[in-house]
Design a protein around this ligand. Structure first.
Ligand code: ADE
Length: 230
């Protein structure tokens, strides 16, 4: 039986999802709120983690281990690295990495620690479902690499380094940590992001301006996925 987790990092990222439901059961756990809803016959638990890898890991693990979710969708915004990505555009992660994980002093590649992998792949069936939705809705959807780190990148040099080191198309602050948790617990996952900025000098202003509209785009796309998910 499918029990679906949908998470974001910020309130703005899940608010447009919650707006689709009237009957919501709220549970408080570990300094956070979890919103249980039903869509058609699917049980869904929605939460926002707060920003960054640690909070995102806690929320993903809670959704899976405490609430019993067996599939996870992440909805939110990201900074663009790939110049073809413009504000509002959607990207679905094929694989994710942690750009700020660095034990290169011991001869390891960036993003690697022993026992882990630089990249974690998202679920192919969910990616294909997202592509089907995009095709049907006539929406452009890029599939690409997302790099995650505990920093808001507003610096062209740092952004270009992340782009060239990991061949990444977009960056954000939670995806790869959610991927680590889901991978370890054998839960298929999808990371969807809509672009809010270009991770450059103007990123802070752009983020403030487009957070809501881009988060809404991502959430609307998630609702379309819900209509088709099995
Ligand atoms: N999420 C959206 N934009 C971002 C940026 N520039 N850096 C990190 N996370 C982001």
């Amino acid at each position: 039986m499918l029990k679906l987790a949908i998470m974001g990092a910020m309130e703005e990222e899940i608010e447009p999802l919650l707006a689709n439901f009237s009957d919501i059961k709220v549970t408080e756990f570990a300094n956070n709120k979890y919103y249980e809803v039903k869509f058609n016959d699917i049980e869904i638990v929605i939460a926002y983690s707060k920003i960054g890898k640690v909070f995102a890991s806690l929320t993903a693990a809670t959704l899976i281990e405490k609430f019993g979710c067996n599939k996870l969708l992440f909805s939110g915004v990201a900074g663009a690295i790939n110049p073809s990505l413009k504000i509002g555009d959607l990207i679905v992660a094929t694989k994710l990495c942690q750009h700020d994980l660095d034990i290169t002093a011991f001869g390891h590649p960036f993003g690697y620690v022993p026992g882990g992998n630089v990249f974690i792949e998202a679920d192919n069936t969910l990616i294909q479902l997202a592509k089907d939705v995009a095709l049907e809705q006539n929406i452009d959807l890029l599939d690409g690499i997302i790099a995650t780190g505990d920093q808001f990148v507003a610096n062209e040099e740092r952004k270009n380094w992340i782009g060239s080191t990991f061949n990444a198309d977009a960056l954000e602050m939670e995806g790869a940590s959610v991927a680590v948790v889901c991978n370890a617990l054998n839960v298929p996952f999808l990371i969807l992001r809509s672009i809010s900025d270009s991770a450059d000098m103007d990123a802070g202003f752009s983020f403030d301006e487009f957070l809501k509209s881009s988060a809404n785009r991502s959430a609307s796309f998630i609702i379309e996925i819900l209509k088709r998910i099995k």
